[in-house]
Write a protein that binds this ligand. Structure first.
Ligand code: GLP
Length: 250
């Protein structure tokens, strides 16, 4: 696990964007894993800006989103389908047939998970980008998720529902279930980039990096990944005390 800490958040997102753009240029048929949430928004903004300036093409790129709420239709403003269209896909030349997101309104959710796993098996994710939940979740892999789990339906924890309620009119409107890629799918990626910014993530960041690897903090599983980079701003890194492999980026 490499840990990069940035005083300048803009630089953090420039560096992550550069890494993604370099991958797409080097390997136009690459497979990328995408998260949602507020954290990756500046990354998507940079990718769009680069596309309009440099025409980096995503025509051959395949993408997999980590998760989707159960019960929200694609055109629901709170669905992750809607988020991806609005914040990235509508603005680049990706072939939407290659942009995979779990279907949260599938009539048979178990079948939908199996369909997603089968697709993931055909494509080895080159770079999986992740955000971090305040309780240490990645994707929607909540505390106490098994490491061996693949795509599955999850009951969201109260802390996740509360954290995500800011995007809905009320806490009651937040779906209580989601489909998520499992920890096993995430660990299969050749490279993992996790981004965490802000004080609200400091304790999850500490558990992920300095805690013993255990399923109380699902993100701590990244300690076992041979090629994981954690990008942090100073606030998210503020609780770290004895981490190895830290690089300070200014
Ligand atoms: C959601 C998503 C995660 C995301 C997390 C953090 O629960 N399922 O993939 O990483 O929220 O979101 P934010 O970046 O808004 O803090």
């Amino acid at each position: 696990m490499k840990i990069y800490i940035y005083a300048d958040k803009e630089k953090l997102f420039k560096d992550v964007s550069r890494q993604i753009i370099e991958e797409v240029c080097k390997n136009p048929n690459c497979t990328l894993g995408f998260p949602t949430g507020s954290t990756p928004m500046p990354l998507y903004k940079n990718l769009i800006e680069d596309y309009s300036q440099n025409k980096t093409s995503y025509k051959g790129v395949t993408t997999f989103n980590l998760d989707e709420y159960v019960g929200l239709k694609k055109n629901d403003v709170n669905s992750y389908h809607y988020y991806m269209m609005k914040n990235l896909f509508n603005h680049i030349d990706i072939n939407l047939k290659n942009a995979n997101i779990p279907n949260g309104v599938a009539s048979n959710l178990e079948k939908e998970c199996a369909r997603y796993d089968a697709l993931l098996e055909k494509h080895n994710i080159d770079i999986q980008i992740l955000g971090l939940g305040v309780n240490g979740h990645i994707g929607f892999n909540e505390p106490n998720t098994l490491v061996s789990i693949t795509t599955h339906v999850v009951n969201l924890s109260n802390s996740t529902i509360e954290a995500n309620a800011r995007n809905f009119n009320s806490k009651e409107e937040v779906p209580t279930r989601a489909i998520t890629m499992g920890l096993k799918n995430i660990l299969n990626a050749k490279e993992v980039i996790l981004i965490a910014t802000g004080l609200t993530k400091a304790s999850a960041v500490k558990m992920m990096i300095e805690g013993t690897m255990c399923n109380t903090c699902p993100a701590s599983i990244l300690q076992t990944h041979p090629n994981a980079i954690i990008y942090l701003d100073e606030e998210a890194a503020s609780a770290l005390k004895n981490s190895k492999n830290i690089v300070i980026k200014n």
